[in-house]
Design a protein around this ligand. Structure first.
Ligand SMILES: [Zn+2]
Length: 285
């Protein structure tokens, strides 16, 4: 049985997974405003709530750049303040005496979708994945095999420059995809049209004219982002995941109709990181 952790900017989610089935879950808010100390207290709270004698290893999906080989966070943006340099295997080795594997959340989400979700229909295609949540993560699997070097947070797909000299990003660059397609960015845009946070897609379904305008802008930004990603990582299908896509729900077809590349909705929802972490090692017991 594996203890699987999904460390995001908003929550630290965890699950015990046995034979591909989630048997128990826990979650706590990520206290990122207190720097590394806050993040670690959240990580410990979720992990300790689940840890038991039957756990054989810890697998972590984390925001930021995580070295797939060493499990060390090589770069974290302001979403996980002061987390650069954090060593997941050393932390869990000391805490529980167990081996630990860690990778970037974009990479893990794709790994999970390929094995348990939307990717199963396209076993040999060139697949890209874009996760639209608090931030924007991306991952790439040419021929259905995830490429760790092209699947990461900062400096990778979510931070390709969509608009030259555009909105400042917390990675230090300007005009990144994340500044136009993250949940926060979409809320910001919707607010300008008089819509409350997280009401865009329900308003769109209800036929609200303001929501239709915002939706059209989001679709155009997504189309431009997909072209940009295709130039860097040529893909046949892009799996779209994250909280934004869950919010879109049945309007996903309207989004598909407005972009030129083939897109499909992720199927694992907020469990993608957990299942992806579970897939980091080949022992599926
Ligand atoms: Zn950026």
């Amino acid at each position: 049985m594996k203890l699987c952790i999904d460390l995001g900017a908003t929550n630290v989610k965890g699950a015990l997974v046995r034979n591909g089935t989630i048997v128990e879950t826990a979650s706590s808010p990520t206290l990122h405003f207190h720097g590394r100390e806050g993040i670690l207290s959240s990580l410990a709270r979720t992990s300790d709530a689940l840890f038991s004698e039957g756990v054989s290893e810890v697998c972590v999906s984390s925001a930021g750049d995580i070295d797939r080989e060493t499990g060390i966070c090589t770069y974290a943006t302001g979403n996980l303040e002061d987390f650069t340099g954090f060593d997941f295997p050393a932390y869990y080795g000391e805490r529980y005496g167990l081996p630990c594997h860690a990778a970037n959340d974009g990479y893990c989400a794709l790994l999970g979708e390929l094995r348990f979700g939307a990717g199963r229909k396209f076993p040999t295609a060139n697949i890209a994945m874009l996760t639209l949540g608090s931030g924007v993560g991306g991952a790439y699997a040419p021929g259905g095999v995830p490429d760790a070097t092209k699947s990461s947070g900062a400096g990778k797909l979510g931070h390709l420059i969509l608009h030259e000299d555009g909105l400042p990003c917390n990675c230090g660059k300007k005009g990144c995809i994340e500044q136009y397609l993250s949940g926060r960015a979409i809320n910001r845009l919707a607010n300008r049209f008089g819509l409350e946070n997280d009401t865009l897609f329900s308003a769109f379904r209800a036929g609200d004219e303001r929501a239709k305008k915002v939706f059209a802008v989001v679709a155009a930004e997504l189309d431009a982002a997909l072209r940009l990603i295709d130039a860097a990582c040529p893909f046949d299908v892009c799996i779209l995941g994250g909280g934004v896509v869950e919010g879109i729900g049945e309007s996903f077809g309207a989004l598909q109709a407005n972009v030129s590349k083939q897109i499909v909705a992720a199927e694992l929802g907020n469990r993608a990181g957990i299942f992806g972490a579970y897939c980091l090692t080949e022992d599926f017991s």
